[in-house]
Design a protein around this ligand. Structure first.
Ligand SMILES: [Zn+2]
Length: 87
């Protein structure tokens, strides 16, 4: 079975990450997120970056997930899927 990347799913994963790192995510959502992370190297990398940011700032806030960050992630996947027009 081939895994297909869905940017929307990845955006949802990113949106769950702050709660995940904050420990406030529900068990069900945490499992969903971890399942996604296991199959998605991009989100795993993004989570690592968030962890590094949190380690540096000592806090995680929902505000950290600004629209620009989501746009960047969406662009990342557009390039990954190869349906962008390139640069
Ligand atoms: Zn993902």
């Amino acid at each position: 079975m081939r895994l297909t990347m869905h940017p929307l799913v990845c955006q949802q994963a990113v949106e769950l990450m702050s709660d995940y790192l904050d420990g406030s995510l529900s068990r069900r959502d945490r499992r969903r997120l971890e399942k996604h992370l296991a199959a998605c190297a991009h989100c795993s990398t993004y989570l690592d970056q968030m962890r590094a940011t949190i380690a540096a700032s000592g806090a995680v806030r929902p505000d950290d997930l600004d629209p620009q960050a989501l746009d960047e992630l969406t662009e990342l996947f557009r390039q990954f899927r190869g349906d962008g027009d390139g640069t």
